[in-house]
Design a protein around this ligand. Structure first.
Ligand code: UN1
Length: 511
């Protein structure tokens, strides 16, 4: 099914490069015979490429390929698997500039940030490949004499990976690389607005020497995604995206008892204390709220500011936001790019209307769709700030996923912590303060998976676990070594070398 972004592009230029699915080591068309256009959200007359609209038949072929390659890959020693992944990291690094430009063109984020996204994939690949020589298990004493006990990781099997638009290469890499190093085979369903970055990653995997069938790529929207979730041979689904879709996936996957790891929404907040370095807090808040046009799960969509510095903060912050240069991400002067598609633009604008008309917050700046002149062919929204926001207003509770943030005043740190925790999500939080006692109190009480002191809610690094509490996730963490617990299962091994029957919990052990 074409998204609004793609549908609008249908009318656009004909001679556009066609791309394929990657199944069983071959670049193939969809059996549907249908295609969708991948367009530049800053300029919809610019068609980046045409991609197969895949269906359940394509997914079946991809899963069959993953199944046939599973044993060979599982039995390839992990250090050898890792060697291929180190090659992959080098290929990604070599192509960073090309991948960066292509990402900006299909996704809209500014070049510097697209470069950061590719870099995150490179970092993830180097770091996780290193696990090929660790993948630590453990030994532990057994209860009985002449008996040995240990625990090892085993791959889970065929993994279905479903990825969003906002980190077009980083997020697929967070899933793909640990899945591979653990010895699984995969089918990746790329984000339908950003298929080229996933394809670049898979192509680099092919070049790096990952054997046929181990990695498979299926393009398209919800149909191939649903087919992957419903396929009985798929043992695990790893999904990043909206909470609504994530919950549906979890429900469906539960019927086959699949392992499901979900990374979903956020409503992250920065606390600005009265002793904070205000200029630093302003800079951090601008970056956290408007980086990637606010389209990060980690975006700083609430700024919870102490009443004593509220007026000063709002003035400085709004002045700084008004200076932000909105435009095409390919232009190096641009600070805030477009949003991903027409549907997203309408949804974000709808929230701005809710903020004004229903919540009746103060619109401190922005608020408009930009559609004149250089903006006429893209999906641009003015960086928007609401002030005097109350914690229970809809704009302070619901994920907007766009360049909109809400400033909420408070009087005491405990009140601020309650505000931050008082939403249904729990991904990221932050506090600006010079007081170590306050910082540690906040670190203890903020119920989020990630917490920053004196920086914004965005900017997680690949060697620490990533994920959130409550509505954000289902208890898993990506990145770090913790991701290995998603993509491997524990096997406990008992070796009795006593030569006789020994009954645990029952036989008396002589001392
Ligand atoms: C996301 O928005 O889903 O911490 C991922 C960050 C990035 C990753 C964000 N490194 O903001």
């Amino acid at each position: 099914m074409a998204t609004a972004k793609q549908a609008k592009a249908k009318a656009a230029k004909p001679s556009v490069k066609k791309y394929s699915n990657y199944i069983n080591g071959e670049w193939v068309k969809s059996s549907s015979g249908e295609w969708f256009d991948n367009v530049n959200p800053a300029d919809t007359s610019d068609v980046v490429g045409r991609f197969p609209s895949s269906n359940a038949e394509d997914v079946n072929a991809a899963v069959a390929a993953a199944k046939s390659a599973a044993k060979r890959w599982r039995l390839t020693p992990a250090p050898k698997r890792a060697e291929i992944l180190f090659n992959l990291a080098q290929i990604l690094a070599k192509n960073k500039d090309v991948f960066t430009r292509e990402m900006t063109r299909e996704m809209g984020k500014v070049l510097k940030e697209a470069g950061g996204d590719v870099q995150e994939a490179i970092d993830c690949t180097y770091y996780t490949a290193g696990e090929g020589r660790r993948l630590h298990g453990f030994t532990t004493p057994a209860e009985m004499k002449d008996k040995f006990a240990m625990c090892v990781r085993q791959p889970v099997g065929i993994c279905g990976l479903i990825t969003p638009f906002n980190f077009p290469m980083a997020i697929p890499s967070w899933k793909l690389i640990p899945a591979l190093v653990c010895g699984n085979t995969v089918v990746l369903k790329s984000g339908e607005d950003v298929p080229l970055s996933s394809l670049n990653l898979i192509k680099a995997c092919e070049q790096a020497g990952i054997p046929q069938g181990v990695i498979n790529l299926v393009n398209g929207a919800s149909e191939p995604g649903a087919a992957l979730v419903g396929h009985t041979d798929v043992r695990l689904i790893s999904f990043t995206g909206s909470t609504t879709t994530g919950k549906l996936i979890a429900e469906q996957a539960a019927r086959d008892n699949k392992i499901v790891s979900l990374e979903m929404g956020g409503k992250n907040a920065i606390i600005v204390m009265d002793d904070a370095d205000i200029d630093n807090a302003v800079e951090g808040s601008v970056w956290g709220a408007f980086g990637t046009s606010g389209q990060r799960c980690t975006a700083s969509s609430r700024l919870v500011v102490h009443k004593k510095v509220y007026k000063k903060f709002v003035e400085k912050f709004v002045a700084r936001v008004k200076q932000l240069r909105v435009g095409n991400g390919l232009d190096p002067r641009t600070e805030v790019g477009p949003v991903i598609n027409h549907r997203a633009m309408e949804k974000i604008h709808g929230y701005i209307e809710i903020g004004k008309m229903i919540d009746k917050a103060t619109l401190a700046c922005g608020g408009n769709i930009l559609n004149k002149g250089e903006y006429s062919k893209g999906y641009f929204i003015e960086p928007t700030v609401f002030s005097d926001v109350k914690p229970k207003m809809r704009i302070a509770q619901e994920e907007i996923f766009g360049p909109v943030t809400s400033i909420i005043p408070f009087s005491t740190l405990d009140e601020a912590i309650d505000i931050v925790n008082g939403v249904s999500y729990g991904l990221s939080s932050a506090i600006y303060t010079q007081d170590v006692n306050q910082a540690f109190h906040a670190m203890q009480e903020l119920y989020t998976g990630i917490c920053y002191v004196n920086s914004a809610t965005i900017g997680a690094e690949v060697h620490l676990p990533f994920g959130g509490t409550k509505g954000t996730g289902n208890g898993h963490r990506e990145a770090g070594t913790q991701v290995l617990d998603i993509f491997s299962e524990w096997k406990s091994l008992y070796i009795d070398y006593s030569g006789k029957l020994q009954k645990a919990q029952i036989d008396e052990v002589e001392i």
